[in-house]
Design a binder for this molecule. Structure first.
Ligand code: S3P
Length: 186
């Protein structure tokens, strides 16, 4: 016998994750998408798939400005979708237009972690923007330069520092519930 389909209870059917490199956007975004039965989209991976290039190679061959335009194009497409969790790149929300697009669609959850944690987490993979000079200092400088942008785009902020991803996911789901019920009081 066929079971009747019960749609999952979800506080939202669209959300974006933003935050500095190494704050766990991809890992947490993926787990969050499973929890909420939504499709996971990682804007960096979309850019790599569509361009058939690695991000580091796009930076090297075409420069950062071209990569940033690709990002905006992907953001434009993501805000038209529903039933997705969108994980953005660390620099996506540095551009005002991207913040405006994401905020208008919302909610946007910003993940944070300390510079030390980020340094440890980003050592493993190539991050072109951290390859210039002392990476730990680069992280601190870039974080400071972007702080206002993260604050501006955030519906709320959650720390991933020293926490298991399921604990972070629990907190996000709970806060999305509060956010959503405040917006649509019953
Ligand atoms: C960048 C972060 C990276 C990637 C690119 C630029 C940035 O994404 O988009 O290397 O400007 O902070 P992650 O945050 O997923 O590492």
């Amino acid at each position: 016998m066929l079971r009747r389909y019960h749609p999952p209870e979800r506080p939202v059917t669209w959300l974006a994750l933003a935050g500095f490199m190494g704050t766990g956007k991809s890992r947490i975004g993926w787990e969050l998408s499973r929890r909420l039965s939504l499709t996971f989209i990682d804007t960096d991976r979309v850019i790599e798939r569509v361009s058939n290039m690695r991000i580091a190679d796009i930076f090297e061959l075409y420069g950062e400005a071209v990569f940033r335009d690709y990002e905006t194009e992907v953001v434009r497409r993501c805000v038209r979708l529903d039933e997705v969790v969108v994980s953005t790149g660390g620099g996506t929300v540095a551009r005002q237009l991207n913040r405006d697009l994401l905020k208008a669609r919302g909610p946007v959850v910003v993940l944070t972690a300390s510079a030390e944690t980020i340094f440890k987490r980003t050592r493993r993979n190539r991050r072109p923007l951290l390859e210039l000079g002392d990476p730990e200092q680069r992280i601190r400088d870039l974080m400071a330069a972007r702080e206002a942008a993260y604050r501006d785009v955030a519906t709320f902020t959650v720390s991933s520092d020293g926490r298991q991803s399921d604990e972070v996911v629990d907190e996000i789901v709970e806060r999305l519930g509060t956010w959503s019920s405040e917006r649509h009081p019953t």
